[in-house]
Each structure stands twice: as structure tokens, then as C-alpha cells.
Design a protein around this ligand. Structure first.
Ligand code: IMP
Length: 216
């Protein structure tokens, strides 16, 4: 039975595993999927302890590896993502290494400090950057859907705002004249790389379930 058929044929709410251990990402997933007719599980619910090693060279390869590997731990469709920041002046770095930019035991704070140090004195055009988010949904080791989102901005001269996570306080989004760290979650999600990718995935999930999205 295909996943779409199994979604329609069972009576209880269908389950989807959100395969991320990053609390910032998890909050954004849950916010963007609010109102969907599914029950969302975390890795802890399926005893998915331990990280899948990211061996890929692109966001898509890494997201795919995580999604496929975690989907083999349960019978449920499993959504994984890989995301990061690409900075023009740094030739696209840190990219897939965004989480571990400062060192293997990196924290958001240390990553930001390293970024601001490297970007010190760089004029605005060179501060251009983008966040990228790649989502992959798999079941039983088979990929069902991939969605990508991105958003362009600039690396700010200094930290501003304490909302969000990761590099949000130094990602300046020109249309709003603020950093992502200054934006309320709904405002960030409306324009962010993850918000855009999740919106596409939301539409796919609803179509698969034969439901209509009242928000789109
Ligand atoms: P990974 O996808 O878990 O390998 O890590 C992605 C890293 O990119 C995060 O740990 C953050 O440092 C950064 N990142 C990804 N998305 C965002 C975002 O929405 N805001 C701020 N930083 C982000």
C-alpha cells in the first residue's frame, strides 16, 4: 500500500517523525505544521538515539542520509533536514559545516564570534549571505519527497536580537531592516529558508492525505 493510501485508509491520526535533535529547528517544524491532520513524533518517541553521521558534500545528500537512516527505525514517514549559512565573502562557507564552524564542540555563540571576526571590516556587498534548508521525507528507506528553501540577507556588523537560534542574531534581512534574531517566530517563518521549504512540504502532506489546506 502506498503511503498516500495508508494515510487515507487508517482511522486514527497518522504519525510523522520529525527527525531533528535541534530544538530551534523542531520548534519551527511544529509551528509551520500546526493544524495538519497528523500526529508528530520526535526521535525520542521511536528510540532514535544517536546522530546519523553526515558524510555528504551537499545539503541534499546530508538531509537524504538522515531521512533514509531514521526512516528505517520505525514504520512512519520520517522528515529530516539539513540547513546552513553560505557567505559570499567566504566562498560559500560555512555551508554544510555551519553547526560546527568554530570547532567540533561549537556553540551558536562561538560560531557567531568566529563569523564576526572573519567578516570584520568587510564592506556590505561582500557581506551577502543566504540561508539554505533542504528537507527530505522518507519511509522504509525510500525517499518520498524533497523540498528546498532559501533566503538572502547580509552578515550584520554585530549581534542584534535574542530570538531564534544559530546565526539569527547576525543575519540581517533587508526587506524588514532587522536581523532574524529580532523577528518574532511567525515573522521569521514567513520568509525564512525553513519556512519556505516547510510550506512546500505542508502542501505535499495535505495532498497526500487528500485534505485541503485552509491556510494556502
Ligand atoms: P545542521 O543542519 O544540524 O547540520 O546545522 C545547521 C546549522 O546551520 C545550525 O546549527 C545553525 O547554526 C545554522 N542554521 C540553520 N538554520 C538556521 C536558522 O534558521 N537560523 C540560524 N541558524 C541556522
Amino acid at each position: 500500500m502506498t503511503w498516500a493510501k495508508s494515510l487515507k485508509s487508517r482511522s486514527s491520526r497518522k504519525k510523522i517523525v520529525l527527525a531533528t535533535s535541534n530544538p530551534g529547528k523542531l520548534r519551527e517544524f511544529q509551528r509551520c505544521f500546526k493544524g495538519l491532520p497528523f500526529e508528530f513524533l520526535s526521535l525520542r518517541d521511536i528510540r532514535g538515539n544517536g546522530d546519523v553521521e553526515e558524510k555528504g558534500t551537499t545539503f541534499l545528500e546530508n538531509a537524504r542520509q538522515k531521512s533514509v537512516a531514521y526512516s528505517l527505525l520505525s514504520e512512519y514517514p520520517t522528515l529530516a533536514e539539513d540547513s546552513g549559512l553560505e557567505v559570499d565573502y567566504l566562498d560559500g562557507a560555512p555551508g554544510i559545516f555551519s553547526a560546527r564552524f568554530s570547532d567540533p564542540g561549537a556553540t551558536d555563540e562561538k560560531n557567531i564570534r568566529r563569523m564576526l571576526r572573519l567578516m570584520k571590516g568587510v564592506p556590505w556587498p561582500g557581506r551577502r549571505a543566504r540561508f539554505v534548508c533542504q528537507l527530505v521525507l522518507s519511509q522504509g528507506g525510500r525517499v518520498l519527497k524533497t523540498c528546498r528553501g532559501q533566503v538572502r540577507g547580509y552578515i550584520a556588523q554585530e549581534k542584534k536580537g535574542d530570538l531564534g537560534f544559530g546565526y539569527d542574531p547576525i543575519f540581517f534581512y533587508r526587506p524588514f531592516g532587522r536581523t532574524f534574531g529580532e523577528l518574532r517566530p511567525e515573522t521569521k517563518n514567513a520568509v525564512s529558508h525553513r519556512g519556505r521549504a516547510l510550506k512546500k512540504m505542508r502542501i505535499f502532506l495535505l495532498r497526500s492525505a487528500g485534505a485541503v489546506d485552509k491556510r494556502t
